[in-house]
Design a protein around this ligand. Structure first.
Ligand code: AMP
Ligand code: MG
Length: 481
């Protein structure tokens, strides 16, 4: 029989000294909760695997070719540096090269203690793992780069959080798990050789064209700026708030990762925060682009020695790139917003046009998703649904003629293609996770099916498109520990 999973483990092979070996715990009574058939197929996994989901994706049975390791990383958490974090509750089984030719990590999350667990149990509760499924599938369906869930297996054991909760193991698929914090781990130890090896590996894996550049490490930094600026602009476009943009939760690949206290914004407010631990609003909606720059500055600090043999010049090169991040992000954001507004061509006033719509929405109770969804009808002359989003549409009325003057000829179709109808609504996510925790998976399964069709106008999906009913909220999310 061919191998169940065609592992080819380049990280373990090429980067000795950046990880420790770790063994998944064997759960009491593993039971399949979720399996992503289409993704398994895309990854070239064997069909037989479908019948082995509980064993293989709980860690009870290691498929041939797996080399379980825990990766080292550090990170700034809410601005404070922890020199050692690492995979405390995750174990990388290995990598596979999918049918599309792209290499991806296959990682278990919640499969028990590793050498990086510190005081933690290395386990995960079912609810937060299902939230990772929902957010990953939603972002993916919205066309936003993201890690995704391949499987969730309930362990049959309880984990102790505020209360006893059902335990689960998530299998996560990622372009890689190389984080800003991975570079910080070695830089903090002045291990320049490993920083360089990691940079070479990252170039080979994610940006192979850059290897031939005269200054490949600077080119790598620029590529990561571009990928992350694009990513955060896309998040902003769908109202996504990551909630914990620590440097250990930012990838070099440009994929979204580590969905703990994240949520999609409903009524637009720039300062929206969902996370129970984000007291200062560090990771509020409108702060995400600033944190992008802050985190990339931390990455630059680790790479500076590689930028140029002359360290003064290396610092200048880094600073020039860092100073360009805000403008780079803004360019990406204006492109996202120009698509969401179906603007014709480009105009110097487009950024202000987008800014002014947001200013008009602030404090109006305007649901982010519904407001943009209503633009298609507005472009056809029916302004009712759009106006209904605003408590007082005065600012909207002043904005409308400016927008209408900039509309592309095929605006309604473009607006429908750019603005989703269905995102994971907070009240539905909560209801689905609560029911799943109590043993009923039906609401979760219905929600997964709905968020996989964000642009569908199927009337049956109407309940998934509506904001939370009055009385729900204020919504608070908790870290997925
Ligand atoms: P996260 O909040 O998932 O980004 O994790 C931050 C750090 O805490 C990482 O080093 C995790 O491995 C570690 N961690 C989170 N939860 C646990 C747990 N239950 N047991 C051990 N380590 C954990
Ligand atoms: Mg993390």
């Amino acid at each position: 029989m061919s191998r169940l999973i065609p592992f080819d483990n380049s990280y373990a092979r090429d980067l000795p000294g950046t990880f420790l070996s770790a063994q998944p715990a064997v759960p009491a009574a593993p039971k399949r909760v979720f399996f992503n058939d289409a993704l398994a197929h895309d990854l070239g996994m064997a069909k037989e695997l479908r019948d082995l989901v509980p064993e293989v994706f709980s860690g009870a049975r290691l498929p041939e070719g797996a080399e379980p390791i825990a990766q080292a990383y550090a990170g700034h958490q809410f601005g404070g540096f922890s020199p050692q974090l690492g995979d405390g509750r995750a174990i990388l089984l290995g990598e596979v090269v999918g049918r599309d030719g792209a290499r991806r990590d296959i990682q278990l999350k919640g499969s028990g203690r590793t050498p990086f667990s510190r005081g933690g149990d290395g386990k995960a509760a079912l609810g937060p793992m299902l939230r990772e499924v929902l957010v990953g599938e939603a972002l993916h369906a919205l066309g936003i780069p993201t890690t995704r869930a391949l499987a969730v297996v309930a362990t049959g054991e309880s984990v102790l959080r505020d209360t006893l909760l059902p335990g689960a193991v998530l299998t996560r698929v990622a372009a890689s798990h190389i984080r800003v914090g991975t570079f910080q781990f070695f830089a903090a130890r002045s291990d320049q050789a490993r920083v360089q090896a990691l940079a070479d590996y990252t170039i080979a894996r994610h940006y192979p064209d850059l290897a031939a550049e005269p200054a490949p490490y600077l080119a790598l930094f620029e590529a990561v700026i571009g990928a992350q600026a694009r990513l955060i602009a896309q998040w902003m476009g769908v109202g996504f708030i990551h909630g914990v943009m620590n440097t250990d939760n930012m990838t070099l690949s440009g994929e979204s990762i580590d969905f703990g206290p994240c949520a999609f914004m409903e009524a637009y407010a720039a300062g929206t925060v969902f996370s129970s631990i984000d007291h200062g609003g560090r990771y509020a909606y409108a702060n995400q682009p600033l944190i992008l720059g802050w985190n990339l500055a931390r990455l630059a600090e680790t790479l500076v020695p590689l930028f140029d043999a002359d360290q003064d010049r290396a610092v200048d090169l880094a600073n020039e790139r860092l100073e360009g991040i805000a403008a780079r992000y803004r360019e990406e954001w204006v492109a996202v917003m120009a698509a969401k507004l179906a603007l014709s061509g480009r105009d110097a006033g487009d950024a202000a046009l987008a800014d002014d719509l947001l200013a008009a929405m602030e404090g109006q109770g305007a649901d982010w998703t519904q407001t943009f969804l209503a633009l298609a009808k507005a472009a056809e002359g029916d302004l009712g649904a759009l106006r209904a989003q605003f408590i007082n549409p005065a600012k909207l009325e002043a904005w409308l003629p400016r927008w209408q003057a900039r509309l592309a000829p095929d605006a309604p179709a473009r607006l429908r293609a750019a603005n989703p109808r269905i995102i994971p609504r907070n009240h539905l996510v909560e209801a689905a996770l609560t029911a799943a925790t109590a043993g009923d998976l039906a609401p979760f399964e219905a929600l997964v099916a709905a968020i996989r069709q964000p642009f569908s106008d199927d009337p049956a999906l109407e309940p998934f498109s509506l904001p939370a009913p009055q009385g729900f909220g204020p919504y608070v999310t908790f870290c997925g520990t």
